[in-house]
Design a protein around this ligand. Structure first.
Ligand code: GRF
Length: 197
């Protein structure tokens, strides 16, 4: 946690839809003394998201609102309001499985990051690991990028390569890519926030 002598930390909201392993990596990295951010909210479109329970156990405020039966614009507006009420200055997407409206992305442009499990611009969208294996690529990997209205197309801030072994399956590659994600995301977020000061 920040102490009186440390420079002010940026307040970030993390959006998740599922397991939340990247959220966990980000949370525990924020507990390090030199972190540039505090997590002020974990928000989800899936009230059953596995990651919610961990955020709650760690004492992080949460917000859960199913998108079912809501227009995309109304759901985005509710997520936006929750982030602002929590005082978030940045949004960090960590396995948030929703395509955001252009209005929402413009509101947060330059202040919203995403992690994507491929070496962008290769394989935007879903099923990235199988596509890399099927293409005979020597490496898969992970990209952290700024979010713009076009899916997975914003400026790439950093990437990490992960070797594809003989006999690799999408599941085995995904598992190893996650190790890389957990290293990369907190580091890139810290560096990016420091650059913005
Ligand atoms: C990660 O592979 C991330 O790159 C992608 O969604 C997955 C989320 O996993 N955007 P988790 O919920 O952080 O475990």
């Amino acid at each position: 946690m920040a102490d009186a002598a440390s420079p002010a930390r940026t307040r970030v909201a993390i959006f998740i839809s599922g397991r939340g392993s990247n959220m966990a990596a980000l949370l525990y990295a924020a507990a390090l003394p030199d972190a540039a951010y505090d997590v002020v909210l974990v928000a989800t479109n899936d009230p059953q998201a596995e990651g919610l329970a961990l955020a709650e156990a760690e004492g992080i405020p949460t917000f859960a609102l199913s998108h079912k039966g809501m227009s995309r614009a109304d759901h985005d507006a509710a997520m936006d309001e929750a982030a602002r009420k929590a005082g978030a200055e940045f949004i960090v997407l960590a396995g948030y499985m929703r395509i955001l409206t252009e209005g929402f992305t413009r509101q947060w442009q330059g202040r919203m990051l995403n992690i994507h499990p491929s070496l962008l611009p290769k394989y935007p969208g879903l099923d990235t690991h199988q596509r890399a294996i099927d293409a005979g690529d020597s490496h898969g990997g992970v990209s952290v990028h700024l979010v713009t209205p076009e899916l997975d197309a914003g400026q790439v801030l950093a990437q990490m390569k992960v070797a594809i072994r003989a006999g690799e399956t999408a599941e085995s590659l995904a598992e190893r890519v996650r190790f890389a994600e957990h290293q990369l995301y907190p580091r890139v977020l810290n560096d990016y926030l420091r650059m913005q000061r």
